[in-house]
Write a protein that binds this ligand. Structure first.
Ligand code: 13P
Length: 250
């Protein structure tokens, strides 16, 4: 049985004060949810504050991205080692906003995943098709290409440490979610791709769904056998909504 994982991706929202309040609220709720891995990805500048507020509460800290290089003259970048140093245990790589707005390609996402693993973090590898790709029946080809680029670089032990997030681009921030059946089908496909490389690893890899997950649709999505939790954008900025979504994963 895979342990559910629900992570909030705040994107570039909030303030230092609001971050602290939000984290404190999530910590309180997470203490009542020992069955679920609850995670938060604040903007970089609030990660240390978030870690301080988390203290010994059962909430995992994550980065929203990391550099595809180790250290050095890369103005504005934050390395996976730095994220680990301030208490992160996971990091998103290849979020569609990074791919579309900042031109990250599959090769760069794979580099990031590699550095995340080297730093001791679990990369949450985000994959997902655009609406045009779905309409052209390119969903599987797209997510397969995105996942393969990362898996090509990983040995069996590394593969066992990744998390996959399926986030159809057309469902992010649009209020339009994949149906539970649509999500499950893509998750099953992704798991098969992992199984084609490492059959024993595939059953344990967690595959999260992201894209307009809200308290009123979370339970139906999480009830699908291949959906192991969620990556939550907008609703993670509201403690009550985020915790309701976390509870739906039990
Ligand atoms: P929304 O939940 O706001 O659609 O965002 C999803 C997402 O991109 C999480 O990474």
């Amino acid at each position: 049985m895979r342990r559910p994982f629900v992570a909030g991706n705040w994107k570039m929202n909030g303030s230092r004060a609001r971050a602290r309040v939000l984290v404190a609220g999530v910590c309180e709720g997470a203490r009542e949810l020992p069955e679920v891995d609850v995670g938060l990805c604040p903007p970089f500048v609030y990660v240390t504050d978030a870690g301080e507020v988390i203290g010994d509460a059962p909430v995992r800290l994550g980065g929203q991205t990391c550099a595809g290089v180790e250290y050095g003259a890369f103005t504005g970048e934050v390395s996976a080692y730095m994220l680990a140093d301030v208490g992160c245990s996971f990091v998103l790589v290849g979020h569609s906003e990074r791919r579309m707005l900042y031109g990250e390609d599959d090769a760069e996402v794979a580099e990031k995943a590699g550095f995340a693993l080297a730093a001791g973090l679990s990369p949450v590898v985000c994959v997902g098709e655009t609406l045009a790709e779905r309409e052209a029946e390119q969903t599987e080809a797209t997510v397969e290409r995105q996942l393969d680029a990362v898996m090509d670089r990983l040995d069996r032990d590394a593969l066992a440490r990744i998390v996959i997030a399926y986030e159809p681009v057309w469902a992010i921030g649009t209020g339009r979610t994949a149906t539970p059946a649509q999500a499950n089908a893509v998750h099953a496909f992704l798991r098969e791709r992992v199984a084609a490389r490492e059959p024993e690893v595939a059953a344990g890899v967690r595959i999260l769904y992201g894209g307009s997950v809200k308290p009123d649709n979370a339970a139906a999505l999480f009830a699908e056998p291949e959906v192991d939790g969620g990556l939550i954008g907008g609703a993670s900025l509201d403690v009550g909504q985020f915790l309701d979504i976390c509870r739906a994963a039990v």
